[in-house]
Write a protein that binds this ligand. Sequence first.
Ligand code: NZQ
Ligand code: ZN
Length: 391
Amino acid sequence: MHDFVYYTPTRIIFGKNTEQQCGGLIKARNCGKVLIHYGGQSALRSGLVDRIKASLTAEGLSFVTLGGVVPNPRLSLIRQGIELARSAEVDFVLAVGGGSVIDSAKAIAYGAANGGDVWDFYMSLRKPDACLPIGCVVTIAAAGSEMSSSTVVTNEESGFKRSFKTDMARPVFAVMNPELTLTLPAFQTACGCVDILMHTMERYFGHGSNMDITDSISEGLLRVVMHHASALRDDPANYESRAEIMWAGSLSHNGLTGCGSDGGDWATHMIEHELSGMFDVAHGAGLSAIWGSWARHVLPERPDRFALFAERVMGVARAESNTVTGLRGIEAVEAFFRSLRMPVSLKELNLAPSGDQIEEMARKALVGKAHIGSVKKLLQPDIAAILMAAR
Ligand code: NZQ
Ligand code: ZN
């Protein structure tokens, strides 16, 4: 088992009507002026933003609002948010939405607390000294940003989608009411379930040594998410399944399933970020379209690990070799993604990138890095080969 630090400072308030507690949670931190940040439509249409405003008003808090965050959140709106946060002198940022809104809120919180251009942090040009406190009301179980240290932002001018992490951006609280996710379209629910699975799978595959406790938590989480993802496909109004998926989404990306690992692989995520940066695809759908091609490309490096995964998570019987067992596990994952009506190729994602576009994505994935991935250290030809195979 590798040495590790496990740090999860986020207070979780889980259950029905919990959004009514937002005002009290912020007041308890002695903050008085809040930026409420939300997405395109869903949080306004459902009345959620109004309920949150009422909760803040009841506690004597004042607020300004900024909506309009789109999936793959854009730097231009973040810049507007930073100006607003500075001019209104806000001391707390409340994200009401999914990963895109929470990540946009984290960027605003960095930008408002530091001078200069916030994009510098995402391009590793300098580090922030501070970050405003962030809280969130989660409306989709997916990215796990409510407990993670990361924020992922798209610079629409350069086409770069980049992540940045520090513990300063971990939300101080996350309000999680599974009922809020009942209005999700089936496609977004399925995208979220894929992302949740991938956050643990990225950590499961690497070059770690023995880690029975973490493996066992991860394998259990993956089986539970697959079970309830299927249940939600058939019965989207099932509260219990919504609740299981929502909590799994946080546990899958708060570091728990990576304790003792080598940090995990993350190449599928890195390659997906290039796809999203170029084609603006839904993150979960991009992941499912690429994962099988990545897995086949790197299988020869860790057939033992792929075989273990196939057996324990996908219920595949041991075959004559780890490679064959591993391959059957990969096929089982793709069959599962298909059962959720998620794409397992770029074609199924309605994309047909040219050879030049594939080379461009492979090149961009390595800007500022010597390689990506852990199972196999991927260089530009590997990344291009994975994208070609995914076509
Ligand atoms: O804008 P609205 O109208 O709210 O619509 C959203 C959006 O179109 C909709 N939605 C959200 N809650 C809803 C709802 N529709 C109906 N009812 C509700 N209750 O869902 C759509 C997708 O929302 P988004 O926030 O984009 O989804 P998700 O949580 O999957 O976030 C994706 C973003 O997170 C990043 C991704 O790269 C992507 O940019 N990630 C962030 C991570 C992190 N910070 O730790 C880790 C992840 O790996 C991921 O990279
Ligand atoms: Zn993800």
